[in-house]
Design a protein around this ligand. Structure first.
Ligand SMILES: Cc1cc2nc3c(=O)[nH]c(=O)nc-3n(C[C@H](O)[C@H](O)[C@H](O)COP(=O)(O)OP(=O)(O)OC[C@H]3O[C@@H](n4cnc5c(N)ncnc54)[C@H](O)[C@@H]3O)c2cc1C
Length: 308
């Protein structure tokens, strides 16, 4: 066994990840590392043997971790990485700050980042995924980010470095985002608060927000953006082509396509990661047979299947 660095933060061997994902599935990571602060993270990454993979994880709201787990060190940021500071229209948020907290704190200070209010992730995941909602994406408000590279260097990243696209960026493998600066337009705090309440109400009426899900399962199929910005509209809806293929409510084991929103996959009854993934692949197959459309996963699937 390779000798592991001894950080100040918490390093746990063989940590089952199902508790850390919204879908409540996933086998063990070789290690889970919760760094004390940025210097601890940097020193750890520097000292970690080059052959060991690092996977940064937010709150697991866009992930299927496979049942065999992850041969990697999973880095999960917590306290020490969740500060939110506001100066003028600029919001500096730690990567572990929840999107909803950032939206509410910004709104109270008269800065409009309301689109983040209903996205259940944290800021690191939001930047990495170019998260978006209600016609606005992270790419629209992004100023810069701070990250620790796999080699342990602390670097500033610009939009140019990240190359925002629809629900993805070019963040280097093993690079952990620790902070982002976002700049939103001005707004009246009461209006912004009212808008967020309205968004939450709409979302609860149309999406299975009380179920275990990971948001949209597949990308909307049509249109594509080279900028990742909101002026690029995706017309053809994934839920519609899934409905047309008769897959609303379809099940594999404990996994189900939601009756409420057919592009949401839910862990309805003790599903395994393999139930969820097999259901997704069945949906892709049926949609392709029905309409010739090759749906692309939006949920990230990581790790290894369980070995027989
Ligand atoms: C009910 C529900 C509704 C949703 N609605 C939306 C929506 O409207 N719009 C939307 O865009 N998404 C939505 N999502 C998906 C999800 O919330 C977003 O993709 C979110 O940005 C993921 O953040 P996370 O912290 O959970 O990241 P995770 O799921 O933990 O990770 C996702 C990716 O981000 C990377 N990552 C996470 N943190 C870091 C970090 N610190 N440094 C580097 N990389 C990191 C991971 O390596 C992984 O590649 C929804 C999900 C659910 C469950």
């Amino acid at each position: 066994m390779t000798a592991m660095p001894r950080p100040r933060g918490k390093l746990t061997e063989n940590k089952v990840l199902s508790d850390l994902t919204w879908l409540r599935v996933g086998g063990p990571a070789d290690f889970l590392f919760q760094p004390a602060d940025i210097e601890d993270l940097s020193a750890f990454q520097k000292a970690l043997p080059a052959g060991i993979d690092v996977f940064p994880m937010g709150v697991g709201s866009n992930l299927i971790v496979r049942d065999g787990g992850l041969r990697a060190v999973v880095v999960r940021l917590g306290r020490g990485f969740n500060g939110i500071e506001i100066e003028g229209n600029r919001v500096r948020a730690g990567a572990a700050a929840l999107d909803a907290h950032v939206a509410r704190k910004a709104a109270a200070a008269g800065v409009d980042l309301t689109f983040l209010r209903t996205i259940p992730g944290a800021i690191g995941g939001a930047v990495r995924m170019n998260a978006g909602c209600y016609g606005s994406y992270i790419a629209d408000v992004f100023v810069e980010a701070t990250a620790v590279t796999r080699a342990g260097e602390i670097v500033k990243l610009t939009a140019e470095d990240l190359q925002f696209q629809y629900r993805q960026t070019d963040l280097q493998h093993g690079c952990v985002l620790v902070e982002a600066v976002l700049e939103g337009p001005s707004g009246n705090p009461e209006d912004l608060e009212a808008r967020m309440i309205d968004q939450l109400t709409k979302r609860d009426a149309t999406q299975p927000t009380k179920e275990r899900s990971a948001g949209s399962t597949f990308r909307n199929p049509a249109g594509f953006s080279s900028t990742g910005k909101s002026d690029d509209v995706h017309d053809l809806k994934a839920w519609k082509v899934i409905d047309d293929a008769g897959m609303r409510g379809a099940r594999v084991g404990g996994a189900q396509m939601s009756e409420m929103h057919s592009n949401f996959m839910i862990n309805a009854d003790n599903a395994t990661a393999s139930d969820l993934e097999n259901l997704g692949e069945e949906v892709r197959k049926r949609v392709f047979q029905n309409s010739g459309i090759d749906l692309q996963w939006e949920i990230m699937r990581i790790g290894e299947p369980i070995s027989e």
